[in-house]
Design a protein around this ligand. Structure first.
Ligand code: FES
Length: 502
């Protein structure tokens, strides 16, 4: 694939192809030089060189490491070039960074504060919120002490803060905004663009999303296909489509028709006022709440497969798979295909705990096997424990769409499955949820395609003058956007004059 055709311009973060073997990079991690390849994340490169502990829990200082691989679990924050709490699993290596861990006394690796973990049986849940509740001064003092003990990110260096400060605002008025660049988002974007709409496609990290590592097949018509194959072809078509503009950034909300997007690569905030929106935000994997599930070496399937599929890093030599979801067999097969020896696949209900003190060393099973259960040793050793749990919809923006407009919290809470419908009601059919963000384990891309066509038709019907034009969405936005409310400290606004290729 020609890197010039990729949304990321070929640095690899868009997922348009696997990690390059051509461009050798390196960065400094606590004084050590870490080699990396173009397209690898910081956490991926560290995993390849054997670093497992990346942070500490703020309360009991239990070690934490690479877990979800997609910026969802919060276990991999590192200080990168003076910027604290950088999500290292989704931050691509650019070369020359100074990286270090942030927590622990004296260090993240050997943290004396881990002794707090031994006190856990004697502390009640949430004790930190009620300490000295009747004595405000003591309570404030206790809070300050606990904050210091918790560690975590310190304020950024002056240079890092200056570099991150939003310097420009760019405005866009696409007919269709698609949030999420997985298989469903790409399908909806292509369908809308083919139907004549100008489309802005926003994805916070990989264009291709989790679809690149999902083991569940997606349906296209009557055929079931491997998501990675589907997304590769969709990405190729979307990258070349004249009416689709791609933007790497994070959509942070839906506010009265305005979608602010923080650019992932430049100090730019985008103000997007689309006519219609397809929410293709995908889904998360949920952890299995088994004692020890937070240890380094315990990974969720997408995280482990991201290392293997996207970053070119073998997650481990030996793994045990905990089966808490029907896809466990497929996950084991996918890991096996990448050279990971699966020593056992065990039902979640048989696992008593994940063993290990500073990192996972395997699992310990309950003593008594039930009738019909496979006979397994009580203790199974492996350096990777892959915990396969159910997925849940990434519905933050869906809920924002409902809360921010006409819906109510009760409406969603009373029937979680109704969230996508509530979004459409709140958005007057101009906001739709597609793909696994709908909360459905199996979904069809036909539905995303139909949604894209529908949104394009709505946009065309409402804005015939705009629909007849074929220029990219971002190039004509400014003239049609009402002036943004100005604040005394608001940065200067600018329009984009060309397609965004962040
Ligand atoms: S947020 Fe980085 S591993 Fe989960």
């Amino acid at each position: 694939m020609d890197p010039r055709g990729l949304a990321c311009g070929g640095h690899g973060s868009c997922g348009g192809d696997r990690v390059s073997t051509e461009r050798e990079l390196s960065f400094t991690f606590e004084g050590r030089r870490i080699p990396a390849r173009s397209g690898q994340s910081i956490a991926g490169a560290l995993h390849a060189t054997g670093t497992r502990t990346l942070s500490r829990g703020i309360k009991y200082h239990r070690p934490r490491g690479y877990t979800c691989g997609f910026g969802a679990c919060g276990d991999c924050p590192l200080r990168v070039d003076g910027m604290p709490s950088t999500v290292s699993c989704t931050t691509p290596v650019r070369g020359g960074e100074r990286v270090r861990r942030e927590t622990g006394l004296p260090s993240t690796r050997f943290d004396l504060l881990r002794t707090a973990d031994l006190m856990r049986p004697f502390l009640r849940a949430g004790f930190q919120f009620t300490l000295f509740a009747r004595q405000p001064r003591l309570s404030r003092l206790a809070g300050a002490v606990l904050a210091v003990l918790a560690g975590g990110g310190r304020a950024p260096d002056a240079a890092a803060a200056a570099a991150a400060k939003i310097a420009r605002v760019e405005r866009h008025e696409p007919e269709v905004l698609v949030i999420g660049g997985g298989a469903s988002g790409l399908t909806a974007a292509l369908a809308a663009a083919d139907a004549g709409a100008s489309v802005l496609l926003v994805d916070q990290e990989l264009i291709g999303g989790r679809s690149r590592v999902r083991t569940e097949a997606v349906r296209v018509g009557s055929a079931a296909s491997r998501p990675a194959d589907v997304v590769r072809e969709l990405l190729r078509r979307a990258s070349a489509h004249a009416r689709i503009t791609m933007l790497r950034g994070t959509a942070i909300g839906l506010i009265d028709g305005l979608v602010p997007v923080i650019d992932a690569d430049r100090p730019v905030r985008h103000e997007v006022r689309p006519f219609s929106i397809a929410l293709a935000t995908g889904s998360y994997e949920t952890p299995l709440l088994i004692p020890g599930h937070d240890l380094p070496g315990v990974m969720l399937p997408d995280g482990a497969l991201r290392l293997a599929e996207v970053e070119g890093v073998r997650p481990a030599r030996r793994a045990v798979v905990i089966d808490g979801d029907p896809r466990a067999g497929d996950v084991a097969a996918a890991l096996g295909a990448h050279g990971v020896r699966i020593v056992a696949t065990v039902p979640a209900e048989r696992v008593e705990r994940i063993t290990g003190w500073s990192r996972a060393t395997g699992v310990r099973l309950r003593g008594a096997a039930g009738p019909g259960d496979a006979v397994l040793p009580r203790r199974i050793r492996a350096e990777l424990v892959c915990a396969v749990g159910p997925r849940r919809a990434a519905e933050e923006l869906s809920l924002h769409a409902v809360y921010g407009d006409s819906g109510s919290h009760d409406e969603i809470r009373s029937d979680a499955e109704a969230a996508p419908d509530a979004v459409s009601r709140a958005g007057g059919e101009r906001i739709v949820v597609v793909g696994s963000a709908r909360g459905e384990a199996a979904y069809s891309l036909d539905e995303a395609s139909a949604a894209g066509v529908r949104l394009a038709a709505l946009s065309r019907g409402a804005r015939p003058a705009r629909a007849s034009r074929s220029a990219p969405a971002s190039s004509r936005a400014e003239a049609e956007v009402p002036p943004a409310p100005s604040r005394p400290d608001a940065p200067a606004a600018a329009s984009t004059g060309s397609r965004i290729r962040s």
